[in-house]
Write a protein of this length. Structure first.
Length: 142
């Protein structure tokens, strides 16, 4: 009769939950990287607008053109602030998901330790049974 670990199903489910949590962490990490790239692109766009404005000022520009440049720059700054806020939220989400992953791994490890202890007990019981059988055979030979 082969002994079975009663919590094997629970361990399998915990592994699946941990794997899903790992996938969620990877997705959150990718989303954060993408958000940071958008922030960098917005900042680069602002630099290009400022450079274009500086070049236009040297050539000479009207007040209306200067106002349009400033309005566009302010809209770019507002967009950058939104993107930075989004990136901060994604960073907080990533941190939360990493903490959940650590907790899930801890739960899984506890079950793995129980499984290892179970396997050790089964092995010890089998060894004891084998030793008893050998003792019985030795006694019968006498």
């Amino acid at each position: 009769m082969a002994a079975t670990f009663r919590l094997a199903r629970v361990l399998r489910l915990r592994r699946q939950r941990r794997e899903r949590a790992q996938d969620e962490v990877a997705e959150a990490r990718d989303a954060l990287a993408e958000a940071r790239e958008r922030v960098a692109a917005a900042r680069a766009a602002q630099v290009r607008v400022r450079d274009a404005e500086a070049a236009a000022v040297v050539r000479g520009m009207t007040a209306e053109e200067l106002l349009r440049h400033r309005q566009f720059e302010e809209a770019s700054r507002a967009r950058e602030r939104r993107l930075v806020a989004e990136a901060q939220q994604l960073a907080a989400e990533l941190l939360r998901r990493r903490e959940a992953l650590v907790a899930r791994r801890r739960e899984e490890r506890q079950l793995e330790k129980l499984e290892e202890r179970f396997a050790d007990r089964v092995e010890a019981a089998e060894e004891t049974a084998a030793m008893r059988l050998l003792d019985d055979l030795a006694l019968r030979r006498r």
